[in-house]
Design a protein around this ligand. Structure first.
Ligand code: NAD
Ligand code: ZN
Ligand code: ZN
Length: 351
């Protein structure tokens, strides 16, 4: 079969022929109906050198996947061929306290995981191929009725990551509170919907691109403001003068972190999701009092079930542009050029 593979660091991925996977004991092979093109893959192609991460190429890209059960290995119970499933993408050891709670992103025995700190499309073969090997059936979550794999795929990362981040700030997002989403791409457009579906906060979206701001309004943002000279005042005005109770930074550059700190409210949260690698100086005088600054990484398996529940009830829905596997490299080119509205999803195996 064909697979879009990252062959080495600091290179573009290539479509090559690979062997079809065969499930071993406890494993499942999924026929991939959707594999999202995440901006993190661009960081993988551009930013990293050998030795920086505990894993590396070659591997098949695509860490945001859903499809149908294709074949199950010995010992797998409760899954049938043809059943639609989402793939929980962070694969830990399965046995440590964090993994037992389904928070495999923060596995405490990475040496016991299939790859330390990674998963399918992150060190191991991902979903940008017709078939994908999932090393344990526990990583598969059945899709709610009516949700197609191509719709579910973006929810496993672009949905799950902001869901996890928003969920931990729920107590601060009471009616009258304000949430700011910086960067309305794959993650950000779902962040806006998740905020509207799960809180009564007003939502202010920020982006540099006019198309992204139009999408933010369509997804329910109360205000959409273009990054520019007066952005801080515009956000503070929209927030009623007192700043934002939550800033979700889906870019993570030095400029967006500075903006986040400038518009945050005392006692608020500034949550860094984007991995642009910027820094924020923190001192007694530089950030609002009692501002909590945190990074978050992806989300837990129970949270993925919650995101899928929202989607199954029509409360969250990814805006997507689809590409056949042969066009996967083009999907990334357009993502890098800022030409994607919402999420680009590669479809290796159409329904
Ligand atoms: P994307 O390219 O789809 O969206 C990024 C958006 O940010 C675009 O709309 C872009 O126009 C906008 N933007 C860029 N610079 C900006 C600026 N200075 N001000 C305002 N808006 C700006 O990317 P994505 O796939 O949504 O990913 C977003 C970031 O999150 C990436 O850095 C990605 O690597 C990271 N990510 C992190 C996690 C995690 O677990 N922490 C998970 C997935 C993705
Ligand atoms: Zn991602
Ligand atoms: Zn673990």
């Amino acid at each position: 079969m064909k697979a879009l593979r990252l062959q080495q660091w600091k290179s573009d991925p290539v479509l090559v022929e690979v062997d079809e996977p065969v499930p071993g004991h406890g494993q499942v092979v999924v026929r991939v109906g959707g594999s999202g093109a995440c901006h993190s893959d661009l960081h993988l192609m551009r930013d990293f050198d050998a030795g920086q991460l505990p894993w590396g190429p070659p591997f098949t890209l695509g860490h945001e996947n859903a499809g149908w059960v294709h074949a199950v290995g010995a010992g797998v119970v409760g899954l049938e061929a043809g059943q639609p499933v989402a793939v929980y993408g962070s694969w830990g050891c399965g046995a440590c306290p964090r993994c037992r709670l389904g928070i495999e992103t923060y596995c405490e025995d990475p040496a016991g995981a299939p790859v330390p700190g990674g998963g399918g499309g992150l060190g191991l073969d991902g979903g940008m191929a017709e078939l994908m090997l999932v090393p344990d059936a526990r990583h598969l979550v059945p899709l709610p009725d009516g949700l197609e794999p191509v719709e579910a795929a973006p929810l496993t990362d672009a949905g799950l990551t902001p869901y996890h981040a928003v969920r931990r700030s729920w107590p601060k997002l009471y009616p009258g509170a304000t949430a700011v989403v910086i960067g309305v791409g794959g993650l950000g457009h779902l962040a806006v919907q998740i905020l509207k579906a799960t809180t009564a906060a007003q939502v202010i979206a920020v982006d540099t691109r006019v198309d992204a701001l139009a999408l933010a309004r369509q997804e329910g943002a109360d205000h959409a403001v273009q990054a520019g000279d007066r952005i801080t005042e515009e956000i503070r005005d929209a927030a009623g003068g007192h700043g934002a109770d939550l800033v979700l930074d889906c870019v993570g550059s030095t400029a967006t972190l500075a903006l986040g700190a400038a518009v945050a409210r005392p006692l608020g949260d500034l949550t860094i999701i984007g991995i642009a690698g910027g820094t924020l100086p923190v001192s007694f005088f530089s950030v609002p009092f009692e501002l909590s600054v945190q990074t978050t990484y992806w989300g837990s398996r129970p949270e993925l079930e919650e995101v899928l529940n929202l989607a199954g009830r029509g409360l969250v829905r990814a805006t997507t542009t689809t590409f056949p596997l042969e066009q996967a490299a083009e999907a990334y080119r357009r993502l890098e050029a800022g030409e994607i509205t919402g999420r680009a999803v590669v479809v290796p195996a159409p329904r």
